[in-house]
Design a protein around this ligand. Sequence first.
Ligand SMILES: NC(=O)c1ccc[n+]([C@@H]2O[C@H](COP(=O)([O-])OP(=O)(O)OC[C@H]3O[C@@H](n4cnc5c(N)ncnc54)[C@H](O)[C@@H]3O)[C@@H](O)[C@H]2O)c1
Length: 270
Amino acid sequence: MSNSEGLLSGKVAIISGAAGGVGIETSRVLAQAGARVMLADLATSKLDSVVEQLRGEGLDVAGQTVDIANEASVKALIQATLDKFGRLDILDNNAASQGQREDGVIGDMSVELWDHIMGVNARGAMLMCKHAIPALIAAGGGSIINISSGTSLAGDFYATAYACSKGAVNTLTKYVATQYAAQGIRCNALTLGLIGTPILKQAMPAPMLDIFTRHHMAGRIGEPADVANMVAFLVSDRSAWITGQVYSVDGGFYAHTPTTVQVTNLMAQG
Ligand SMILES: NC(=O)c1ccc[n+]([C@@H]2O[C@H](COP(=O)([O-])OP(=O)(O)OC[C@H]3O[C@@H](n4cnc5c(N)ncnc54)[C@H](O)[C@@H]3O)[C@@H](O)[C@H]2O)c1
C-alpha cells in the first residue's frame, strides 16, 4: 500500500514517547499507513536519530522535543505540529515515566516519586488531550489513544504509583470520550501486557521473562508491532463507532484465572 492510498492517508498524527520502543514502531506503522507523523519525546538526541531513521525509510515524519508534564511545552508541540503539517487528526498518548525501582509498596512511597509519576503519566496525558482537542475539532474530529498498562487492572507489590497513574489514564479516556463525542472526537485506551522493547529485553532477567511468558496465554510476550497495529485500527475510520473503551492488548495475560498456569502445571505432573 503506498502512502497516498493508505488507511491513514491525509491524516496528521502526534505520537508522544516516540523515541521509545513502542513509540518508534507506532510512528513507523502509522506513517506507513499514510499519516504524516510528528514524533515527540523528552529525549531530544534519541528523538533526532529516530526521525532520521524513519525519514531514511521514506516516511513523512518530523520531530519535536516535549515535556508532556509541562503545559507550555505541550502547547508548543501542538502549535509546531499545526505549523508543520497544517492540521491534527490523531493523538497517541504513549509517553510515560516507568520502571523506577523505588516505586514499591504504599508504606514506603516517596511523595516526590508519586508526584513525578502522576505528573508525567496522568497530568501529561490530560494536558496533551486538553491542547490537542481544539486542533482535532478544527479538523472535523479525530481519534485519541491513551496507552495504559495492565498494571492498572489488579494489585501488586511493585509499580504502585505507575499503576495508579495508568488507572487515572483509563478514567480520563472515558471522560474525554463522553465530553467530546458530539464534536467528532473518539478516545480509547489500551492496557498493554509485557512488550518486548529492546530496553526491556536487555533489562529483564531470564527467569522473570520466563514467568511473564508463561502467563501470556498467547505463549509469548508482546512486540511493539502488536500495539502499533491496534493503534492504527483505532485511529482509522474503520473504528468510527468505537469510543470510550479500555482494551487489553496483552496476549491473554488478563484473560485467565490467576492460578491457571500453576494449577495446570501441577495437574500435568499427575
Ligand atoms: N513495554 C512494556 O512492557 C509496557 C507495558 C505496559 C505499558 N507500557 C506503556 O507503553 C508506553 C510505551 O512504553 P515503552 O516500553 O515504549 O517505554 P520507553 O521507556 O521505551 O518509552 C517511553 C518514552 O517516553 C519518553 N518520556 C518519558 N517522560 C516523558 C515526558 N515527560 N515527556 C515526553 N516524553 C517522555 C521517554 O523519553 C521514552 O522515549 C508507555 O506508556 C508505557 O507505560 C509499556
